[in-house]
Design a protein around this ligand. Structure first.
Ligand SMILES: NC(=O)c1ccc[n+]([C@@H]2O[C@H](COP(=O)([O-])OP(=O)(O)OC[C@H]3O[C@@H](n4cnc5c(N)ncnc54)[C@H](OP(=O)(O)O)[C@@H]3O)[C@@H](O)[C@H]2O)c1
Length: 229
């Protein structure tokens, strides 16, 4: 049951699951503090959502950019109740030996280091209040593997380990949770499923179920590998 208004830091708000979650959180009266790289989409969100919601264009793989963003958000809004690490990339489908080194690095930089960057800069304020839930988006491919997406699988297995280790470090009252969202028709799914992605739920329909579930997460869920309904 969701009652109080939450401050929600959400990465990857410009499309896909992040955009659908942002819209659903806002509709339920929560405050969304979001980022993504596309400046055009961020400007649209700023115009359509207005204050107290806050959107900034930045790349989560850049620690200095995340640090500046977190300082500004913490100063103007205070510590988040929920930090959702949703932003991620997938490699263009190919066997591992054909994935170029720079593409492999980019997937690691965004999907693992980007998550660590937001935790580095937002978690201390949450820990100071001994309050807050950190949800790191994992995947079915963080728990079992598939061909042609080895770099992505590696990062999502890493998210499971990172989230569970963090769960052992947080003080009582907080939670770190790796969350598999399910299979949803987004740009990312289309890149690996092609035309058959269209047979999976749309992000808005997914968010109707997933957002109340995410809002219900609390310290009792610390360290659990969960899946969205
Ligand atoms: N869709 C599925 O079926 C599925 C299944 C399992 C897990 N997931 C996970 O769910 C999450 C969302 O996936 P999705 O399907 O919604 O993906 P998507 O449609 O590709 O959207 C990814 C979002 O992340 C942002 N992003 C990417 N790189 C970024 C960076 N360096 N800095 C900041 N933002 C960045 C993108 O915006 P910009 O391009 O504007 O930066 C976009 O808003 C991911 O963690 C994904 O691994 C999805």
């Amino acid at each position: 049951m969701v009652t109080a208004t939450k401050r929600i830091v959400l990465t990857g708000v410009t499309r896909g699951l992040g955009l659908a979650m942002a819209k659903a959180f806002i509709r339920l009266g929560h405050t969304v503090l979001g980022c993504g790289r596309s400046t055009g989409e961020i400007e649209k969100l700023k115009k359509s959502c207005g204050a107290p919601h806050d959107f900034e264009a930045l790349d989560i793989s850049r620690d200095d950019a995340v640090q500046r963003w977190a300082r500004r958000i913490l100063k103007s809004h205070g510590a988040p109740d929920l930090l959702i690490n949703n932003a991620a990339l997938i490699n263009a489908s190919a066997p591992l030996w054909l994935v170029p080194a720079d593409e492999f690095s980019r997937v690691i930089d965004v999907n693992i280091k980007g998550v660590a960057n937001t935790i580095r800069h937002f978690a201390p304020a949450m820990i100071a209040q001994k309050n807050g839930v950190i949800v790191n988006f994992s995947s079915g491919w963080g728990r079992s593997s598939a061909p042609d997406v080895a770099p992505y699988c590696a990062t999502k297995f890493a998210i499971e380990g990172l989230s569970q280790a963090l769960a052992q470090e947080l003080p009582p009252g907080m939670a770190s949770i790796p969350l598999n969202p399910g299979i949803i028709n987004t740009d990312m799914l289309q890149s690996c499923y092609g035309g058959s992605a269209a047979s999976f739920p749309e992000p808005a329909a997914w968010a109707e179920r997933a957002v109340p579930f995410i809002l219900s997460l609390s310290a009792k869920d610390n360290g659990k590998s969960l899946s969205a309904p």
